[in-house]
Design a protein around this ligand. Structure first.
Ligand SMILES: [Zn+2]
Ligand SMILES: [Zn+2]
Length: 324
């Protein structure tokens, strides 16, 4: 089979590998689609993902595929939790002492086949396509983030950033019945997509917001400036979710007195503990349009170039498609 192996930073090679053999607790999956995530870009450049990468691992954690044994369409929850350690017992499985991650510490979806533990494999309902299935993982991360700020019909939500995550957040806030959902992006194209997905207002920057008030602000860019914008623009008593991944060394300046005066809460979230089933269920309701999020669909051979060249990822989600 063809597989992309990250030998060392910036050295991702497409090689011929043997098809892996599943153990008794695993199943073999023929990969259908695998999305390219910001984490894959970080790993390509030698930065840490959710955990440090094991060299020579096949990356890719946003995948869908077909179970070779039964022909069923499935997705893989990339995070393996042991269920026995202190963190797992204390309901924070994403801090599992024995955590394993598909595409970071074990071989992932940038290969024609992969094996996964049966416990990590989730069947897709008939009305969810394999392409939609490749969005279950990023959607499950968004769901964990939103669980920290619980969206309801009382909320006016502002999303900063119209990338894949921002546009998923927008649709989820609509799904949860938010009173108003607006989005900021510098690119007119992204603002148009946001409008077509149900955004009430779109803005080029926070300076364009005049009288509108937002009590929930979700930062999905991961830059210092946009994190500070999120705090600045939030209505008093509101909650700010810092969701975009900043560089590890990035710092922002916050005036505690300002938080006090405006009674603000700042929160964040890490990966997707046990939210993949919910993500699949929401995909099944038809509430999430993924077609408008896709920038390009590529072959595995194009992946090294796409990871190396930021411009090739500017138009939206890049998804690797395999011949089935
Ligand atoms: Zn991801
Ligand atoms: Zn554990």
């Amino acid at each position: 089979m063809k597989a992309a192996i990250l030998y060392k930073p910036h050295e991702l090679k497409i090689v011929k590998n043997i098809i892996p053999t599943p153990t008794s607790s695993e199943l073999l999956i023929k990969t259908a689609y695998c999305g390219v995530c910001g984490t894959d870009v970080h790993l390509f450049h030698g930065d840490e993902g959710s955990v440090p990468m094991i060299p020579m691992t096949i990356p890719g954690h946003e995948l869908s595929g077909i179970l070779v044994s039964t022909g069923e369409n499935v997705v893989v929850d990339p995070n393996y939790f042991c269920g026995k350690c202190n963190a797992c017992i204390n309901n924070k499985p994403h801090y599992c002492e024995n955590i394993k991650n598909t595409g970071v510490t074990i071989n992932g979806g940038f290969a024609e086949y992969l094996v996964a533990e049966t416990s990590q494999i989730h069947k897709l309902p008939k009305n969810v396509s394999l392409l939609q299935g490749a969005f279950a993982e990023p959607l499950s991360c968004c769901l964990h983030g939103l669980s920290k700020i619980s969206i309801s019909s009382r909320d006016n939500v502002l999303i900063i950033g119209g990338g894949t995550i921002g546009l998923l957040m927008l649709q989820l806030c609509r799904y949860y019945g938010a009173n108003k959902v607006s989005l900021i992006d510098v690119l007119p194209k992204k603002r148009n997509i946001a409008t077509s997905l149900g955004a009430d207002n779109t803005y080029e920057s926070i300076n364009m917001i005049s009288n509108e008030k937002y009590n929930k602000v979700i930062e999905c860019v991961g830059k210092k400036e946009t994190c500070q914008d999120a705090i600045k623009v939030c209505e008093e008593t509101g909650i700010i979710l810092l969701f975009g991944l900043t560089k590890p060394e990035e710092e922002i300046s916050v005036k505690p007195f300002d938080l006090f005066k405006r009674d603000l809460t700042i929160t964040s979230s890490f990966i997707n503990p046990n939210t993949i089933k919910k993500a699949i269920a929401i995909l099944g309701t038809g509430a999430i349009n993924v077609d408008k999020l896709i920038g390009s669909i590529i072959s595995l051979e194009e992946l090294p170039n796409v990871l190396a060249n930021d411009k090739l990822r500017m138009d939206g989600k890049v998804v690797v498609k395999y011949d089935l």
